[in-house]
Design a protein around this ligand. Structure first.
Ligand code: DX5
Ligand code: ZN
Length: 218
């Protein structure tokens, strides 16, 4: 199991120290939003290039952008360890995944809450992770959508049938209260923004999330 705190809830004026504060996590989740795919605008490639240089842990870039066919591979080339694009936005997901992997990063696709997994099962051949959104993408601090758990279960089953090391990530409203349900459904990578950076100690919150999953036998 792995924890990937979302720096969307961190102090944007001090990202280097915020990254150091979660040095005990497995990944730093970076939410890239273009104000087109989602109604919010965050950071883009130049900032990610700078973060790669200073982060003690690898970057897990979640691209909530249009035209990932064009814009996703450069994040892998910039040195992100994992690059996730939204399946709803990709014209040729096989090609995007291959380009991300060719640049040396893990490739993943994300599903919005209203997007079904079944039509994309064949894509498991091309990716290292599937991200299940447990809120509508766009903002931190929203309520966890428990109705996405059957989808997590379905993907875990498909991954089992498929074989190989494909991770299942959940993102949105993940906290000490909701993480066990995610683990129980079969998720193994947990993104948490407000639950980590809203806590008194970000590192303490990471440890607590880990402990909750461990207690569950994850
Ligand atoms: C939402 C982002 C999430 C967000 C999660 O669109 O993809 O990564 O930061 O924040 P919390 O954990 O506060 O729901
Ligand atoms: Zn995210």
């Amino acid at each position: 199991m792995q924890i990937s705190p979302s720096i969307l809830s961190a102090d944007f004026a001090n990202l280097e120290s915020e990254l150091r504060a979660i040095g005990n996590a497995d990944w730093a989740h970076v939410d890239v939003m273009d104000n087109h795919f989602v109604p919010n605008l965050t950071i883009g490639l130049p900032v990610v290039e700078a973060l790669v240089e200073v982060s003690p842990i690898p970057l897990d870039c979640h691209l909530m952008i249009e035209d990932p066919d064009r814009w996703a591979p450069p994040y892998a080339e910039a040195g992100a360890g994992s690059v996730t694009f939204h399946i709803e936005a990709a014209a040729d997901p096989v090609r995007v995944s291959r380009a991300i992997r060719a640049a040396g990063a893990r490739a993943a696709f994300a599903l919005k809450p209203g997007t079904q997994f079944a039509p994309y099962e064949d894509l498991l051949d091309e990716v290292d992770m599937v991200l299940v959104m447990t809120v509508e993408p766009g903002f931190g601090g929203q309520s966890f959508m428990v109705d996405q758990m059957p989808k997590v279960r379905q993907i875990r089953e498909a991954v089992r049938r498929h074989g190989g090391e494909i991770w299942v990530q959940v993102d949105g409203g993940v906290s000490a209260e909701t993480i066990e349900q995610c683990a129980e459904a079969g998720a193994d990578v947990f993104v948490a923004g407000s639950a980590v950076f809203g806590a008194e100690s970000a590192a303490g919150a990471v440890d607590e999330l880990r402990a909750r999953v461990a207690e569950h036998g994850g």
